[in-house]
Design a protein around this ligand. Structure first.
Ligand SMILES: [Zn+2]
Length: 283
């Protein structure tokens, strides 16, 4: 059976998947990208176990959103398909999802720590810490592990679609990052940025274990989320979301910050005195 999906979606999903290894986000066949066609009620995802160098358009699998049934494609869909499906159902704004086991983001996931906001590189894309889920319970692991992985992310964000737009990523404890966006391509870009800011955060905390975001510019998160040293296995799982939806990006978009810098809004010019100086240099 062949399912029609909107023009360009399969190519976009293929290109995004092929970029995963090029961006250094995957080892072997790890990682996957999907893109949804909500009108058709299906999403397109990478198959399971096909090496990236062999991946072709024909290998992609189309899966029905309502019940997870593969409706097009000869191969088995990625093992993470049910996680993707759960996230699409929970957050209507999501058009594409990327999952990787990228090294630095996984380091945060394996220590069950949020990736803290330590500077503008992070804040330009993620309007608050990238949160880490609690562990799945033994029962959640035993049955429907993949769908429950999506559920635990949805629970972490309290099913708040707006929040999912503001911080388009989450870490699954002891597993890795899931990122999303309005398109498959955007979700992949968010995966690349998630890995980059995780890398920067680890380096920053290595140089200065007490590094933190300046509270005058960025709202504080809970101490458990921003602690510079590894936390114990007993984190407070009932904590509130680390950041209110009104937020960091609003604070960065034109109001004078406590650090004394008036930050212009996205795309409206130089974002920092340093970049402004560079752009004003004679060429
Ligand atoms: Zn995984």
């Amino acid at each position: 059976m062949t399912a029609r999906v909107r023009d360009g979606l399969r190519h976009e999903v293929l290109d995004a998947n092929l970029t995963i290894p090029q961006a250094g986000l995957a080892t072997l066949t790890w990682g996957n990208v999907s893109g949804v066609d909500r009108q058709a009620g299906v999403f397109v995802i990478k198959p399971s176990g096909v090496p990236y160098q062999d991946l072709a358009l024909d290998h992609l699998v189309t899966v029905r959103l309502s019940d997870g049934k593969a409706v097009d494609g000869d191969l088995r869909p990625s093992t993470d398909t049910e996680t993707h499906r759960c996230l699409y159902l929970a957050f209507p704004s999501i058009g594409g999802i990327t999952h990787t086991h990228s090294t630095h983001a996984v380091a945060f996931a394996q220590t069950r720590r949020d990736i803290p906001v330590l500077g503008t590189t992070h804040a330009d894309t993620f309007d608050g810490p990238i949160p880490c889920t609690p562990d799945l319970t033994p029962d959640q692991c035993k049955e429907d592990y993949e769908y429950n992985t999506g559920r635990i992310i949805a629970d972490l964000l309290k099913g708040d679609d707006q929040r999912a737009t503001e911080v388009p990523a989450a870490l699954v404890a002891n597993h890795g990052p899931f990122t999303w966006g309005p398109t498959a391509r955007t979700s992949l870009e968010h995966a690349i940025i998630c890995e980059a800011v995780a890398d920067m955060a680890i380096n920053t905390l290595a140089l200065s274990p007490t590094a933190h975001h300046p509270h005058t510019c960025w709202p504080a998160t809970t101490p458990a989320n921003t602690a510079p040293t590894p936390t114990t296995a007993t984190r407070d799982r009932g904590r509130p979301l680390p950041q209110s939806p009104v937020s960091l990006r609003a604070r960065l978009s034109g109001r004078p910050g406590g650090c004394g810098v008036v930050r212009p809004s996205r795309g409206s010019g130089p974002r920092s005195p340093a970049r402004g100086a560079a752009q004003n240099r004679p060429r």
